[in-house]
Design a protein. Structure first.
Ligand SMILES: Nc1ncnc2c1ncn2[C@@H]1O[C@H](COP(=O)(O)OP(=O)(O)O)[C@@H](O)[C@H]1O
Ligand SMILES: NC(=O)OP(=O)(O)O
Length: 310
């Protein structure tokens, strides 16, 4: 019998912001992955990169300005770097966690490119926040460099275009490794957005929403479950209000109704619930949205928000 297949998406709280924070946060996040593996699942991991790609872009390009022998790095190269370095931390933390449990599995990160449509209007309207929170002065300096910023809680953050994913270029390699029982880290940060130009794939100055690539991977790989680990234990109705109510097990029709009511934050919870609905509509058995902390209980059905057929 084929093992259960699970695509698990790690949000920014599973990664932290700085290098030491990431190493620490990933150590906790991989326990949820190890629980799934110990339970016999074949797993593909995908993850956020907004904070990391912003940090890498600033580090690469500011340094290059001051040192003529270095060149700056375009956003697509920074996305590739973020996949490499986040994958490196996840590989090592997960390997150690599994070995502690007496389990040995091959774990590999696939640098993943995803085509985007050059006519996607999102390419011309930056919406996706990247990097750390900036002061007003730092935000003004970014604008002078031609970058875009938006006001957020506590300050400002850079924003960048977020086109829709089209084709996952390395999909066959991901599937091959998964079929062979390897744990695969893929589509990190939504995948590196690329534009197809003849034989060439040209990096786009954008970042793809990772919830969209999580559902795409889950659909293409015919996963049984999609698990989205984020910063809250449940999806809530009336979030942030006095009458806020956590959602337990709901059907895809109910979830779509809540979407129509505007129950979910546009750039935060909405893409996760949409990803979950799309996955179930295309044949997935269960989508779970919860925190790293609650993951084990959510896998067992006693915590988190589960979206199922119906
Ligand atoms: N209806 C809702 N229920 C729960 N959380 C919500 C809701 N609407 C918006 N949110 C916000 O969504 C956030 C999770 O999304 P996000 O910050 O993008 O995390 P991630 O990095 O995991 O993708 C929560 O911290 C919460 O502030
Ligand atoms: N690429 C992406 O969606 O990253 P965040 O989750 O950090 O926004």
């Amino acid at each position: 019998m084929q093992k259960k297949r699970v695509v698990i998406s790690l949000g920014h709280s599973a990664l932290g912001a700085t290098l030491p924070e990431q190493r620490e946060a990933v150590t906790k996040a991989v326990r949820a992955v190890a629980d799934l593996v110990a339970d016999g699942a074949n797993v593909v991991i995908t993850h956020s990169n907004g904070t990391q790609v912003g940090m890498i872009h600033t580090a690469m390009n500011e340094f290059a300005k001051a040192h003529a022998e270095y060149t700056g790095a375009p956003m697509a190269v920074c996305s590739a770097m973020s996949q490499g370095y986040i994958g490196y931390d996840i590989q090592n933390a997960l390997r150690a966690e599994l070995l502690r449990r007496g389990i040995y599995r091959n774990i590999a990160t696939i640098i993943t490119q995803v085509t985007v449509d050059p006519y996607d209007e999102a390419l011309y309207q930056p919406t996706k926040v990247i990097g750390r929170v900036l002061t007003k002065e730092e935000a003004e300096a970014e604008q002078k460099k031609g970058n875009f910023v938006t006001e957020v809680e506590g300050g400002y953050r850079r924003i960048i275009a977020a086109p829709k994913p089209q084709e996952i270029i390395e999909l066959d390699s991901i599937r091959l490794l998964l079929d062979a029982g390897h744990i695969v880290i893929a589509g990190g940060g939504g995948g590196i957005p690329v534009l197809e130009q003849g034989e060439t794939l040209r990096g786009a100055s954008a970042v793809i929403e990772k919830d969209l690539i999580a559902t795409r991977l889950a659909e293409e790989l015919r996963a049984d479950e999609l698990v989205i680990l984020t910063s809250v234990d449940h999806v809530m109705l009336n979030y942030g209000r006095e009458n806020a109510t956590p959602l337990g097990k709901i059907t895809v029709s109910e979830a779509e109704g809540y979407i129509r009511e505007g129950q979910f934050g546009d750039a935060t919870m909405l893409p996760k619930v949409q990803a979950a609905c799309s996955f179930i509509r295309r044949g997935g058995k269960r989508a779970v949205i919860t925190s790293v902390h609650n993951a084990k209980a959510a896998f067992e059905g006693s915590a988190g928000t589960s979206i199922v057929e119906g």
